[in-house]
Design a protein around this ligand. Structure first.
Ligand code: GLY
Ligand code: MN
Ligand code: MN
Length: 504
């Protein structure tokens, strides 16, 4: 990639667009455009070039932008938040770019709570809900504005649009987001001066945390984080539609993989990962988490993301992957496929046990059921199969379950909430999540698995190296559930037929 490191252009390392180096480059009071200071940020820039770059640019301001389709929903969510924290200033940062090396950064992914409340995905942005005089709050998105051309910020700043691309102006963002927008470079000062109670979503923006160091308290901020997480448990229609699309696109990504299994066999698991990523990037924003593309014994490693092993006919291939949509909702789906297109009898025995466990788990998802029920239902079925295979001698199923001994081969939980984050609502209190009750609008995964490690001497040799997980994304409806990922077959014979059709 093109380096930004000529002396004349290089901002100070680690400074953000809100901090002095950029302010200086942006034409702070004593750095006029035509006369850059010797040795300053414009070192090596001729007056003629500096002058030349100030003019000749068209006005591209847009005055006709449509609001984001989710703007009504984000406004309602902010109103709900406002009603629950009267008189308090609420601060929700999007997060900052993370340095990969020198002046290169990891792809930016904004904090999910910021996205939930604004629909915006801009780095270094901050939503502030300011208590209003007559009650309620006024919401402001603090954002980086367009780069000023006259001062040279456009091309001299670390975040200049010449390097990073055009941003929306603040006025354009007001149209798009449906809320007031202000320059984020004014925020730290405003927060330092602000009086009254504050709650901050921590962990995303060190500059905002520093500005609020003497005002925010860890305990109150933690309550705020928990509140936001719990708010996100019930998905609205917009979110459900987006999750539905995420599942559909993910199903297409799995189909892509099946079509190129011969190329994966000729190369490695990387081919599977790359193929799915192409679909995720074209139809969505990204993958929602690191794809697990685990062939053969790698399928017994629950979080196998190295994806660098061989793909062999006769083995199983476990793919756990999800497309993250452009609005940042993710699917989380797993299928375990026979690379050859046909399960061996033993693979099928293990697969069928997991399939039955998953079916029992899905059947337990309905409004009013306890959250834990689907896990218990799936574990019961898995334990029954493990006992029937003689893996516990003559210990009965109830005793196995009481002691949790089945977990040797099924260590992870059977599911989790799903949404903007793959493990969504993770800060919710136990009583509102794992000890809670399912409600319409919740979306969760049901994903039992069985994993026999290659070095597990307690199972017959032929089981060793087999790993199976089946994972679907389940919406709790008014009267039961809907499997959002039902486009992908689950039953063994349906999987085989589906693969045969795709492989032609
Ligand atoms: N891939 C992460 C999960 O299934 O939870
Ligand atoms: Mn998964
Ligand atoms: Mn999952």
């Amino acid at each position: 990639m093109t380096e930004r490191t000529s002396e004349s252009r290089q901002p100070e390392q680690g400074r953000s667009a809100r901090e002095p180096a950029d302010q200086e480059a942006a034409g702070g009071e004593d750095t006029g455009a035509a006369k850059p200071p010797e040795g300053g940020p414009r070192r090596g820039v001729s007056d003629a070039l500096a002058e030349n770059m100030t003019q000749g640019w068209a006005d591209t301001e847009r005055r006709d932008l449509a609001p984001l389709p989710q703007a009504e929903h984000t406004a309602r969510r902010r109103a709900e938040l406002s009603a629950c924290f009267p008189g308090e200033r609420l601060v929700v940062p999007a997060g900052r770019l993370k340095v990969r090396a020198n002046d290169t950064f990891y792809p930016f992914r904004p904090s999910s709570d910021y996205v939930y409340l604004t629909g915006d995905q801009t780095e270094e942005a901050v939503l502030v809900l300011e208590p209003a005089e007559g009650g309620g709050h006024e919401a402001t998105a603090y954002l980086l504005p367009r780069s000023d051309r006259g001062s040279g910020e456009f091309w001299l700043s670390a975040r200049g649009e010449l390097w990073d691309g055009r941003r929306n102006s603040l006025a354009e963002n007001e149209q798009v987001l449906g809320l007031r927008c202000a320059d984020v470079r004014t925020l730290a000062g405003a927060l330092r001066e602000a009086a009254g109670p504050v709650r901050l979503l921590r962990g995303h923006d060190s500059a905002v945390e520093e500005a609020l160091r003497d005002k925010a308290t860890a305990e109150r901020d933690e309550e705020f984080r928990v509140f936001l997480s719990e708010m996100r448990r019930i998905k609205d229609d917009f979110e459900i539609a987006d999750l539905r699309f995420a599942c559909e696109a993910t199903a297409r990504g799995f189909e892509d993989v099946v079509r190129v299994l011969d190329k994966a066999e000729a190369t490695s698991e990387r081919y599977v990962e790359g193929t799915f990523f192409l679909r995720a990037r074209v139809e969505g924003n990204n993958v929602g988490y690191a794809s697990i593309c685990a062939a053969g014994p790698h399928a017994t490693t629950i979080h196998w993301v190295r994806n660098d092993g061989p793909v062999r006919s006769g083995d199983l291939l476990l793919i756990d992957a999800g497309v993250e949509t452009r609005r940042l909702y993710t699917a989380d789906i797993t299928r375990t496929l026979p690379v050859s297109g046909r399960f061996t009898p033993l693979q099928r025995t293990v697969y069928d046990a997991v399939y039955e466990a998953q079916s029992a788990g899905i059947a337990a998802v309905r409004p009013g059921a306890r959250y834990r029920d689907f896990h218990l239902a799936a574990q019961q079925v898995l334990a029954e199969h493990l006992v029937s295979w003689g893996l516990f001698g003559d210990m009965p199923v109830d005793k196995v379950l009481e002691l949790g001994l089945q977990r040797r081969w099924t260590m992870h939980g059977t599911g989790h909430m799903l949404g903007l984050d793959v493990h969504d609502c993770a800060a919710a209190r136990t009583e509102a999540y794992a000890d809670g009750v399912l409600e319409p609008g919740m979306v969760l995964t049901v994903e039992p698995g069985l994993y026999f490690q290659v070095d597990d001497l307690t199972v017959p040799e032929e089981y060793r190296g087999i790993g199976v997980r089946i994972e679907d994304d389940i919406l709790v409806t008014e009267d039961g559930n809907e499997n959002l990922s039902a486009a992908l077959p689950r039953r063994a014979d349906e999987v085989e037929n589906w693969m045969a059709a795709l492989k032609g």
